[in-house]
Design a protein around this ligand. Structure first.
Ligand SMILES: [Zn+2]
Length: 72
């Protein structure tokens, strides 16, 4: 009777790609995990970065250490 304990860490798993929802191999052989491909990873990170940039640009300008030089 061969009874090997199942080790989920050692076994590559298929997870849904966060970008396209397709099958993505969650394993060291997939450098883009949890995404399915480089394209999905780049697209998703690009969307995240642009969203983050937009939020950051909405910060009030008077939060900057250098104010109007004419006031000094
Ligand atoms: Zn994908």
């Amino acid at each position: 009777m061969t009874d090997k304990p199942a080790d989920p860490q050692a076994k590559p798993r298929l997870v849904p790609c966060p970008h396209c929802g397709g099958d993505s191999l969650y394993a060291p052989s997939n450098p883009y995990r949890p995404f399915c491909s480089e394209r999905c990873k780049n697209l998703d990170l690009g969307a995240w970065a642009s969203e983050n940039f937009r939020v950051e640009s909405e910060a009030p300008p008077d939060d900057q250490p250098f104010g109007d030089p004419r006031q000094q």
